[in-house]
Design a protein around this ligand. Structure first.
Ligand SMILES: [Zn+2]
Ligand SMILES: [Zn+2]
Length: 341
């Protein structure tokens, strides 16, 4: 089958790759319709391997080279014994695997398992014609939801968790730093959760223009953009973190969901004098975040169409997907790879 395979930094190849075997008990084979390219994938492409293992992963046994893609949706084409999902079922892939035995796994938070693994990073992923996954990471897509929406459910679930981690945002002014895909999703989830106002903060006029077109307030990241009780840090940059912390009001909460590639300095005295909170939000849990994300999409609470800027066939995943995202990030939001072509 065709797959986008990570070999190392600056080395992703669309190539022939062995199709997965018949799924074992509790697993299914999914024929992928769409899979998104994530900022994490771009990080691995430019600076990796970061989280992609170069020695055997303790849970999955995988290491590079492996198939990328952790934002997939498609249709089940084979099911192992006891999987509980019939072939023909359209599913979105939550993407996480855990040991199944630790306290985190037993509480439904595989993303906090010490052996946490993600498809497309620590085992073969969804930038391929088919992939084998545990049935436990599959959520059935409602008939009214197109496959594209299923592929966006994963990144939306990241935003759902981040907004939950903020506590209640109902009636609260919310600022979101970074008006990329995740920022615009966090903004939409905050709005649907009853935030009083939602302001996107970004240096890019193009990104702010898109945010304004989606009905959000916009402001530069600089201090004259004001402060808010709840701030989401979605940039992953040192400046973005510093600006997010400065923009968090006294007694407020900064939720960090941007992935930072190195340690950052934090002014603890300023934090103390304002008695502010910094809270991290990692990925998502199936029941608490991914299923609610699909429900938000089903109810039309999230404009996912505006977030999709490119649809690219799998064959062109590198030269029409990864490379344009690297060369001109401001011109793209979510790039979806069509794995059926
Ligand atoms: Zn991702
Ligand atoms: Zn575990």
């Amino acid at each position: 089958m065709l797959a986008a395979v990570y070999h190392g930094r600056h080395d992703i190849r669309v190539q022939e790759w062995p199709a997965p075997p018949n799924p074992p008990a509790g697993w299914v084979t999914v024929a992928i319709a769409y899979c998104g390219i994530c900022g994490t994938d771009i990080d691995e492409y430019l600076h990796g391997p970061v989280v992609i293992p170069t020695t055997t992963h303790p849970l999955t046994g995988a290491k590079a080279p492996l198939v990328l893609g952790h934002e997939g949706a498609g249709v089940v084409v084979a099911a192992g014994a006891g999987a509980g999902i019939d072939p023909g079922t359209r599913v979105g892939l939550e993407n996480s695997v855990g040991c199944g035995q630790c306290a985190a796994c037993l509480s439904g938070n595989r993303q906090l398992c010490p052996q946490y693994a993600v498809i497309g990073l620590m085992m073969d992923g969804a930038l391929a014609e088919t992939v084998n996954v545990p049935a436990s990471m599959c959520a059935e897509l409602p008939p009214s939801l197109p496959d594209e929406a299923g592929a966006l459910a994963e990144s939306l679930a990241v935003a759902v968790r981040a907004v939950r981690r903020a506590g209640s945002v109902a009636g609260v002014d919310v600022h979101v730093f970074g008006a990329g895909t995740i920022g615009l999703m966090a903004a939409q989830v905050a709005r649907s959760s009853g935030a009083h106002s939602v302001t996107l903060r970004d240096l890019s006029a193009a990104r702010l223009g898109r945010a304004a077109a989606m009905g959000f307030e916009v402001a530069p990241p600089s201090p004259d953009g004001g402060r808010a009780p709840v701030v989401f840090e979605c940039t992953g940059t040192a400046a973005g973190l510093a600006d997010s912390l400065s923009a968090t009001a006294r007694s407020g909460t900064t939720v960090v969901l941007g992935v930072h590639d190195r340690p950052r300095e934090i002014d603890l005295v300023a934090l103390l004098l304002d008695e502010r909170v910094i809270r991290a939000s990692l990925s998502h849990a199936m029941n608490d975040d991914y299923i609610p994300a699909i429900e938000l999409l089903r109810r039309g609470k999230v404009d996912f169409e505006s977030l999709i800027t490119d649809r690219v066939p799998l064959q062109g995943a590198v030269d029409r997907g990864f490379d344009p995202l690297v060369a001109d990030p401001e011109s793209h939001l979510k790039v979806l790879i069509d794995c059926r072509q």
